[in-house]
Design a protein around this ligand. Structure first.
Ligand code: GAR
Length: 202
């Protein structure tokens, strides 16, 4: 049986697209994307799922006063689609320890830096690249890691380094990190974990 993957998104969904393209190319040998769940109804990622013929739904973070209510709705949906693996691909809500404990080693995230640099609470999206440029690092990159109760603190699965160029803006650096690192390592990591789950090695 293929590992059933749910991809959680909040925005543009280019990382989702990378997984879709990888699957279309026949490389996601041990998994299938069974659902795309967006925390925001305006997420372009929803259109990407629609275009690929993948089931998608919105659980709008803004319509829940508490994180608990949002997570309960999310859990219900994940159980309904029988997800084995949850992939956070540009998902902008930090999940609680309680939620994460329900899926030990079954949630992975892509983060746009070389963890442990420029990660943790407050470091997301462009802010990560702004911080890397402000520090003046010459190398940055992306990390795929398991999600545990510590923000960006779970065990590392894959990393790839990317050069910072003189004159980079956060936007230019973000694009390079996506193209050279995130869109490559995230689909590979998804396949790797799908295989482990399928073979009962995780
Ligand atoms: C990506 O760069 C991803 O690594 C980052 O948000 C962007 C989402 O882009 N995620 C985080 O910062 C999580 N802490 P996408 O919607 O086009 O995939």
């Amino acid at each position: 049986m293929l590992t059933r993957v749910a991809v959680l998104v909040s925005g543009g969904g280019t990382n989702l697209q990378a997984i879709i393209d990888f699957a279309k190319a026949g490389k996601l040998k041990d998994g299938e994307i069974v659902a795309v769940i967006a925390s925001n109804s305006k997420a372009y990622a929803l259109q990407r799922a629609e275009n690929a013929g993948i089931y998608h739904t919105v659980i709008d973070r803004k319509s829940f006063p508490s994180l608990k209510g949002f997570e309960e709705a999310l859990l219900k949906e994940l159980e309904r689609v029988e997800a084995d693996l949850i992939v956070l691909a540009g998902f902008m809500t930090v999940l609680s320890a309680d939620f994460v404990s329900r899926y030990p080693q079954r949630i992975i995230n892509v983060h746009p830096s070389l963890i442990p640099s420029f990660c943790g609470d407050g470091f997301y999206g462009l802010k990560v690249h702004e911080a890397a440029l402000a520090y003046g690092v010459k190398l940055t990159g992306a990390t795929v890691h398991y999600v545990n109760e510590v923000t960006d603190g779970g065990k590392i699965i894959m990393q790839k380094a990317v050069k910072v160029h003189d004159g980079d803006t956060p936007e230019v650096l973000q694009k390079r990190v996506m193209e050279q690192a995130e869109w490559k390592i995230l689909p590979q990591a998804v396949q790797k974990i799908c295989k482990k789950i399928k073979e009962n090695r995780l």
